[in-house]
Design a binder for this molecule. Sequence first.
Ligand code: TXA
Ligand code: MG
Length: 334
Amino acid sequence: MQRWTFSPDTTDPSAVPEFAQAVAALKAGRLVGVPTETVYGLAADASNPTACAAIFAAKGRPHFNPLIAHVESLEAAQRHALFNARALALAEAFWPGALTLVLPKRADSPVCDLATAGLDSIALRVPAAPVMRALARAVGAPLAAPSANRSGRISGTTANAVAGDLGPALAMLIDAGPTPVGVESTIVGLTGPEAVLLRPGGIARERIEQLLGARLAAPAASATTTEAPQAPGMLSSHYAPGARVRLNATEVLPGEALMRFGPDLPQDAEQAVAVENLSPDGDLTQAAARLFQALRRLDSSGAHSIAVMPVPENGLGEAINDRLRRAAAPRPAT
Ligand code: TXA
Ligand code: MG
């Protein structure tokens, strides 16, 4: 695997020689680890079914979950999906950025059925990270990219995390430092009469609802997204570290690591085997940016369990709590 490291201040990543190599690898159907502003992505040419199959194989995804197609602009997105007024308003307000729209797929879109899992809808996002947009433009097709982690494990927010999880599967890994947002994009479904929040993420629900002038609906129990609860009260295990995760902790038990949020200390904090504070000032944006790295660090402390202090549910807290609840959910036997 070739590693290309560049500073996030590089104004034109496409002028760097490694850029052409990344484009050639993608055009040849290979996988490239790519930074986005949310988390690292495991990218392939979305119009190439063999390349998309390699994504599922590398991740060890148990079934073919549809992938997000990343494009360079709203104009490019309109070649793949039908945008109504609501979709246009959201795209204009939040793209480039951490919002994914699920829209009716155009019949003439070259995105392959494997990328969309054969659905008649498509998930589209224009990422803020310039290198990802430049790659999509140069490849001439959307880039299918799930989070760059083995299925069910913690999403990668640093290139080292990606290399550790998926290195051998990659033709190239593009390292632009830690991802600034830290949690995946918010996914809004616009294929029915109501706008549906399919996954909370890097753009807070409140901002989207304010723009729409309406509440976002909850996904139906039969939603196609596996990130959504399979049945009321049952969350699928995801983002799981090796250690158990114990939520809303008000005390630290023997042998536990501690994930703090804000200035408060739980009971018996001094006996924690390792401590991370998502945000000493209680800032939810900072906490989102640190979440997955903090989980990885606490997991590598060797603690059998991670005690997590309560995180408020407003703003990015909804996405943070969603990921923490999945990390704590009962795991399928492996
Ligand atoms: O921030 C992100 O969104 C990152 C970066 C790399 O862009 N990507 C990401 O992808 O989180 P992934 O594959 O881990 O999650 C994509 C989610 C899946 O839960 C999938 O079920 C849902 O998007 N999805 C994709 N297409 C869909 C569709 N047509 N209908 C409903 N859900 C869809
Ligand atoms: Mg993921």
